[in-house]
Design a protein around this ligand. Sequence first.
Ligand SMILES: Cc1ncc(COP(=O)(O)O)c(C=O)c1O
Length: 442
Amino acid sequence: MSGLRPAPDGARRAATLEAARAYARERFAPTPFVPGKTLIPASGKWFDEEELAALVDASLDFWLTTGRYAEAFEAGLAAAVGARFAFFVNSGSSANLLALSALTAPELGERALKPGDEVVVTAASFPTTVNPAIQNGLLPVLVDVDIPTYNATAAMVAEALCPKTKAVMLAHALGNPFEAAALAELCEKRGIWLIEDCCDALGATHHGKPVSTFGAVGTFSFYPAHHITTGEGGAVVSSKGSLKRPLESFRDWGRDCWCPPGVDNTCGKRFGWTLGGLPAGYDHKYTYTNVGYNLKATDMQAAVGLVQLGRLERFVAARRANFDALKAALKPYERFLILPEATADSEASWFGFPLTVREGAPFAREALTSHLEGSKIATRLLFAGNVARQPYFKGVAHRKVGDLANADRVMRGTFWVGVHPGIDAVRRAYMIERFEAFFKAL
Ligand SMILES: Cc1ncc(COP(=O)(O)O)c(C=O)c1O
């Protein structure tokens, strides 16, 4: 695998990996699809013997923390999205927490986020896109979304800005890019940080450029539902040199030292620093400049991710093909359903196929989702709906821009079904047939 430092031992390891491959071929052999009996999940991982062999290979190292696989995975991911560097973490939620927290680092001076600063987010969000603002004592400012792109437009964000706005943190909704180029320009002009939550959007491009490369920082999730998986896992990517150390430090306990696990004295003056109120020469390994976390993931996870990364192009193509087929098949039912649309100048990397039941349709969303669920086709809501209406938001200080009518509409009328690579032509045809059966029975 490219960029991977080789393991030190030979024949016994090779035999163990071959046994793991044979096991995977038998244990995870595809099972026949039985319409109406076999579940078509809304999302799901796709893997074969190579992922299992890599996982076993990493476990044979028994390194258990980040090591050669994490190093290769970070480099591979950064190259895949065109970022200068990537930090592997233990979830997409951790990636979001890390991305925003790093922007509070004192070393960023005037640009550092301070308690009370405003962060623009959308109301129709996944909660952990919004939560890092709350967790850092910043004020989330909720803007509405457009339907059928499910993103806030640049104009909606512009309306929310005030002198206290210091960051804009938005997810590319369900893999559909938001107007990242326009927003990056707006944020740049106003000295505002743009954070792209790309957790659902690996492989998406806008104006031909990968998402995550427009703002200062981009984040990814590799939970099994996502485009590639590491089990639990996520990453933060950036090309801003000034953010490299804050990101690494906040991920790794808040320390000043940047040695990888198991390495000492990378800076060449481990006992030569004098920082804060510490005595001269205090061990740099135990010197902390930030209120950090430990968000690192393990080499076992990275090993799976490295194999998955090699499959990314094929995965994204499969998602797009499934999306296009569903859209074409549901076109005749547009009088009932609002069909999804990619943002202009974008190639989405769809996470799911979102639909909004039109107001005035002769059925409720629940009637359609129950029909699909009853046919073993899993459905999902668009995450938190309107996050301001979630129980946890009661008592959370925030500002709303407008009446968030579309976020409420998403909460009441939107759902999505899967487009992941596990949905082959047979499953796809069955999904379409079940949709059609519902409309024909109206
Ligand atoms: C937009 C968005 N951001 C963040 C996350 C969190 O990722 P994770 O589940 O890896 O914590 C998700 C989860 O699906 C998501 O959809």
